[in-house]
Ligand binder design. Structure first.
Ligand SMILES: *Cc1c(COP(=O)(O)O)cnc(C)c1O
Length: 353
């Protein structure tokens, strides 16, 4: 970023980098040295700056604590093998964030502020990407309502923040999941497609019950019929059956994942048929009963691909395919090769900072 930038940078006097143990990173438990912040009042975003990572002070009556106007994003920055730094598809995350904000009656973010703030922050924190041990930066932009008022109303004041956490490769052991037909995560017409806090808070209780029964997470079904598969945990879900990559079609109850979109594109690049459509647990169960080879996997920015080894459908457990020649592992490798600059970035997914 050039020196004429509009965003003032207040650097920390005590970087935590020197003592940081890149060999033992637990997801989301540590942060880099700085954050980007901006405030919304009188109808506009003001006071953009980058400052040392630190605690906020908010009124106990700040509306975000009471009525749920909170929206977030999650994206990643990588060090490419040639040493440059890249953010994966940030424009897509920017657009989705504004769709979430609109749904929650929160003010949209100007593209320039978001992109410039993000880019400068990542440049400033680039030493947190040592280029070894598969360390990446998980980036968390979020907006919260800050107006101090107890009445149920749309806030007139907001805070926008971008923070970063060093993360290492997420080795997920294959998951055991359960198709949920009682509780729902999101309903048509609701907020499921938005990354707003309430969607996650509301999902904890059924997920906890499933955990007590020995399942890592739930496979959510639609609110109307409790039959059509929507997502798994807080990831999109994909199946590889009969040579086709099948994933539920988007709607207002499903989050429009950027990993999902990227994998659908990769499938097309690989000449694999894709189907975005409704898939019922009955259809899935029948395919298992016919002893088809079925791959099932969750997809999202944090873990990229989470293989599913076992699915409980109506109290019967089925094993899905997790052999090393599975398509999901091929996709995982291809996506990683693009993200790290090991193979050609045909679709312009890497945003070099
Ligand atoms: C963030 C998220 C995803 C995955 O989206 P990505 O853009 O791939 O990270 C899927 N489902 C839910 C509910 C999510 O919150």
């Amino acid at each position: 970023m050039n020196a004429t930038t509009a965003t003032p940078i207040f650097k920390t006097k005590r970087s935590r980098l020197a003592g940081y143990d890149f060999d033992n990173i637990e997801f989301g438990t540590s942060h880099t040295d700085h954050i980007f912040m901006a405030e919304y009042n009188n109808g506009e975003w003001n006071n953009q700056r980058i400052e040392p990572f630190g605690n906020f002070t908010l009124s106990p009556f700040a509306l975000c604590f009471h009525y749920g106007q909170t929206v977030f994003e999650g994206l990643k920055a990588y060090r490419l093998i040639d040493g440059r730094i890249s953010i994966f598809r940030p424009e897509q995350h920017y657009r989705r964030m504004n769709r979430s904000l609109e749904r929650m009656c929160m003010p949209s973010l100007p593209e320039e502020m978001f992109m410039e703030g993000l880019e400068q922050l990542i440049r400033l924190e680039e030493s947190w990407l040592p280029g070894k041990n598969d360390v990446a930066l998980y980036i968390r932009p979020f907006v919260i309502a800050t107006e101090a008022r107890l009445g149920v109303k749309i806030s007139e004041e907001y805070l926008f923040t971008i923070g970063c956490a060093p993360v290492s490769k997420y080795y997920t052991k294959p998951l055991k999941v359960k198709v949920e037909t009682k509780y729902v995560r999101a309903a048509e017409g609701g907020t499921g497609y938005a990354k707003c806090g309430g969607n996650y808070g509301g999902a904890f209780y059924p997920a906890k019950k499933a955990l007590e029964e020995g399942y890592d997470q739930l496979m959510w079904t639609d609110a109307q019929h409790n039959e059509y598969i929507e997502e798994s945990g807080s990831m999109n879900i994909m199946f590889h059956i009969d040579g086709k990559l099948i994933t539920p079609a988007l709607g207002s109850s499903i989050l429009d994942g950027i990993t999902r979109a990227s994998l659908l594109q990769l499938a097309k690049d690989n000449g694999i048929k894709t189907e975005e459509r409704k898939i019922s647990y009955r259809e899935l169960q029948q395919a298992f009963e016919e002893e088809k080879r079925i791959e099932a996997f969750g997809v999202g920015t944090a873990a990229v691909i989470s293989p599913i080894a076992c699915i409980n459908i109506r109290e019967k457990e089925y094993n899905s395919y997790i052999g090393s020649d599975a398509l999901m592992y091929r996709f995982q490798k291809q996506l990683e090769d693009i993200r790290l600059g090991r193979s050609e970035d045909k679709h312009g997914w890497n945003y070099i900072v």
